[in-house]
Design a binder for this molecule. Sequence first.
Ligand code: GLU
Length: 391
Amino acid sequence: MASDSSFTSDLSTVSVLREAESIVIKIGSVLVRDPETDGVRQGWMDALAQDVAALMKLGKKVTIVSSGGIALGRKALGISGKVAPDQIPLQQKQAASAVGQYHLFHGYHKAFASCGIVAAQVLLTMSETENRRMNLNARETLHTLLDRGIVPVINENDTVSTGEIRFGDNDRLSVRVGQMILSDAVVLLSTTDGLYTANPDTNPDAVHIPLIEEITEEHVRMAGKAIPGLSTGGMKSKIEAAQAAVKSGIHLVIANGRDDHVLRSLTEDGARRSTLFHALNTGASARQSWIETHMRPKGAYIVDDGAVKALLSGKNSLLPVGVKSVEGRFERGDVVEIMTFDGRKLGVGLSAYNADEARLVAGRQTADIPTLLGYAGRKALVHYDDLMLLR
Ligand code: GLU
């Protein structure tokens, strides 16, 4: 996270992206598919990879969320280009994505390889981001890749995601990924420059809005209905994604990504139009607000005075030695309350161990964990990054 500085800078897409340390870039289907050949727009992808490489040289972590699996598999399934995505039966979409996802990732693989960067394909379903334990595992996988300079290229696992448990659009998925990996900004690249006061295709008086500091009902109304075409979301899903992002302290940018090197322009000269939804200053990190808003505690760690001191005095994790007892039944990744012996609630956090394991290691030294559990687990019961303290 770029700490609080991201809230004091001047309010523009360029300044926000310059300061961001971790950025999620979402690519819409229309950008990756060449309607003439039904294949990948390889030249465009190559340019994107070059822009990402330049950002990585500045020390930024970049994660791609790309649509296009279904769009690139349509032809093989015999689905006409004229049929809107929401008109395609689910089984056909799933089959199309099984064909197209390969071509999509292959395109990214080639583009990044020519910049000397490894790309990793990550397919997520809704459950991985909603279930605590799975969320923690997916987050660790993504951090492991990012820490090694590998670019995750994420899409929804459309072949196995069924109707009621689908994200359906990658706008929402990219914000969920941003929350999961503590990104500072999410950039949605599609075929629109951002939000206008009216539909610019039909209304010559429509005015572009470069900055939105607070999303109002009026903005939601302006976004109107989803625009049909190859993409699933349209402006409505982008506004919803923006609402979720800013609440979690993540900036969200919408820009037209059709031309080559749009990302470079957005991060360097700002010549390109975009709409920046500025993050709300919640005072909490993305992870912390996610913990607070998404979850109900399943149990509690009752801690001793030493742990209270350590937790309140700085960026310290909750170690087993400071835990006097463990209450409730929970799994690794579930939210637990951190309580003092006399019943004061210090905060909540994600437990790195399930309740049975936690009971085995509570009150003991970290060095004893391998002997107690029979495997080398994590050092802390709740890592600092996963802790939300009430102060
Ligand atoms: N996951 C879908 C695909 O790869 C796209 C969803 C969306 O358009 O946002 O085709």
